[in-house]
Structure formats: C-alpha cells, structure tokens
Design a protein around this ligand. Structure first.
Ligand code: ACO
Length: 323
C-alpha cells in the first residue's frame, strides 16, 4: 500500500499585514525585511479566529478537491504548535466540526517541520493498513504569540492552514519516503517560555508568552539540516537530484531557500517560493505552497515532488512524493 495525495486545500486569514504597516510598529523598513527575508506581507488571524477555524476551512477545500465526503475520512491529524487551547487537541475540534463520529483525531507537534512529521505518520498508518483515508492539516497562528515590539521576530511570522487528503492505493504513486530528525539540545533556539506546565499562563509575565528566537544561529543550522535531510532522503529512495521535478521547501527565509538551492545545484525555477505573500506560516507553509503549486499547474502526474522543512525543537526532515 502507498499513501497517495488525492486532494489539497488551504486557508489564510483575510487580514494582510504589510511591511509598511510594520514600519509603523517597530524600527524596521520594507527594504530590510525584503532583502533579509524575502517577505513583503503576511496574513494575521483576527481576535476571534483560532487555528481550528483556518484548519477547518483548509480541510473543507481539500475534501472538495479530493471529491470525497468528510465521513470517508478515518483519521484526522493536525500538525500545530499553536492549538486553540492546551486541551483538547485542535484535531478533535476539527473532527467535531466536520461531523465525524468516533474517528480518531490527534495533534502532533514539530513546529515548522510538523507537516513533514505528519505526512510521515500518515504514510506509516497507511502502509500498516490501519487507516485508508487520512486528513492531514498543517496549521499555525504564530502571530498570536508574536511580540509586535520585537523587530527581530514580528516581521517573520504569518498565519495560515494547509490540508491534504491521503488515501491508500495499490498504484505506484504517493509518499516514497521521508527522513525525520530532531536535536533537543537546541530547544531554546526558538521557543515560547510560558503557557505550558513549566510556567502556566496563570502565573506568567506577558513578555514570556511571546516567541523567542536565535535567528542567526537557527539560520546556519537550517541550511545544513535541510541539505542533510534531502541528501539522505534521495539516497534512501535511490533517486538522483536531477530526477526531482519540484522542490517545495518550508518558507522561512528566502535566503535560506536560495542557499539550499545553490548547495543542491537546483535551478531556481524548480524551487517553489511564495514567502513574499505569507511570511513563515510554520506547519502550514508547505501544505499552502503545495496547494498553490498544484493549482498553478506546476505539478503533474508522475512528478517527483520533494518537500523539506526545519523548525523549533530543533526538528527537520524531508519527504518525497511521486505525484
Ligand atoms: N529590521 C531592521 N533591522 C533588524 C530587524 C528588522 N526587522 N531585525 C533584526 N535587525 C537588526 C538586528 O538588530 C541586527 O542589528 P545589529 O547588527 O545592530 O545588532 C542586524 O539587523 C542583524 O541581525 P541578524 O539577526 O544577524 O540578522 P539576520 O541577517 O540573521 O536576519 C533573520 C534575521 C531574518 C531572523 C534570520 O536570522 C532568519 O531568518 N533566521 C532563521 C529563522 C527561522 O527560519 N526560524 C526557523 C523557523 S521558525 C519556527 O520553527 C517557529
């Protein structure tokens, strides 16, 4: 059995936060943000908009694209670091809104690498025969945990959700393989100090409820990690780099993507980039980009599609899909 992707969907909030608007909030400039990150604007969830709202909408689009009813789904997975609340899982909230009765649902947390971890999990469940049709959603609303007085982080993050429907098939298509990695010794490269059991929000200082990031250190590890994940994956799948038709990397910083592209020797037109419109949407970045690439006709049947991400944890990994 292989895990084929039979539908994709995405949802971003309506509110657009431009670099010009950020110039009003912190000491920054459109020129600095574009040249250092590639980001021109990002989307920001409204006060009454939570991760499950974006996730639900992306899921609906993916189910429609797959041409299946919600009740054909037999497992719901949500990759997120920004659940609606500590408990229950956002997956359960989405499952309930979809009207799915008794279908298992759970969140998994690997921050920006969450979608790759989720895809690998879905693939393993399908190969084992445990489930036939899995709804996988990557969603994050990191702007809710962003300090708009901190110019080193507030220019980076945006909100969004992307979803796919994965189905068991006997055909030679779908997930070929994945590589997953973590280095917990670097947990403090990107983290939110409060809101969990170490410092519950009830006793937390407001400033500790915001994301902190060692941007420069993360940058260096990211390029090395992404390269390792991709080289190992292609070797494991017995594929040469030029057999890859399209690369969809996590959209964290266009300079990271360009450095990776140079190291791997891919022509820029093989690498999908949409960071200028969304910023870093964490677990949503790859499924949003995948959905856009599919809709733009950039992926055709039989193509080898390479996904790669890194993020807080630290975590990193890659997946190869035969479309
Ligand atoms: N506007 C203007 N100046 C700024 C801004 C800003 N928005 N942000 C930082 N600066 C300044 C700094 O204060 C510093 O000034 P100084 O030299 O006077 O001290 C200078 O610019 C250089 O700062 P660096 O941090 O070295 O800038 P860098 O080129 O590394 O860019 C960035 C920063 C964009 C954060 C980059 O390091 C990056 O993208 N890192 C990776 C982030 C990432 O991908 N995280 C992983 C995923 S996130 C997740 O998992 C949730």
């Amino acid at each position: 059995m292989q895990a084929a992707i039979i539908g994709t969907g995405a949802c971003v909030p309506d509110q657009v936060l431009t670099n010009k608007a950020l110039e009003e909030l912190v000491d920054t400039s459109d020129e600095w943000i574009v040249s250092r990150t590639g980001i021109r604007e990002r989307r920001r969830a409204g006060h009454d908009e939570a991760s499950s709202d974006l996730a639900y909408s992306a899921a609906r689009h993916a189910l429609k694209d797959a041409g299946i009813r919600a009740d054909e789904v037999d497992l719901v997975l949500v990759a997120t670091a920004t659940p609606d609340m500590l408990l229950p899982s956002t997956a359960c909230i989405v499952q309930g809104r979809l009207g799915l009765k008794h279908v298992p649902a759970f969140d998994l947390s690997a921050v920006c690498t969450g979608f790759i971890y989720g895809l690998s999990t879905a693939d393993a469940f399908i190969r084992s025969g445990a489930y036939r049709t899995i709804l996988l959603i990557g969603v994050d609303t990191l702007t809710k945990f962003t300090d708009y007085n901190d110019r080193t982080t507030c220019v980076i993050f945006g909100d969004g959700a992307g979803a796919i429907v994965v189905r068991a098939t006997h055909e030679k298509k779908g997930v070929v393989g994945s590589t997953l990695y973590a280095d917990g010794s670097k947990w403090d490269y990107i983290y939110v100090p409060a809101g969990g059991s170490r410092t519950p929000s009830s006793v937390a200082d407001k400033t500790n409820c915001y994301l902190r990031m060692k941007g420069h250190d993360t940058f260096k590890v990211a390029v090395r990690g992404l390269e390792q994940a991709i080289v190992d994956l292609l070797e494991r799948c017995h594929l040469s780099p030029d057999e890859v038709d399209i690369v969809i990397p996590h959209q964290a910083n266009v300079r990271i993507i360009e450095a990776l592209t140079r190291k791997l020797g891919y022509p820029p037109e093989k690498v999908f980039v949409n960071i200028e419109r969304y910023g870093n949407t964490s677990a949503a970045s790859i499924p949003i980009a995948l959905d856009e690439a599919v809709r733009a006709g950039k992926i055709k049947s039989g193509d080898n599609v390479l996904l790669a991400a890194f993020g807080s944890g630290l975590t990193w990994g890659a997946s190869l899909i035969r479309w």
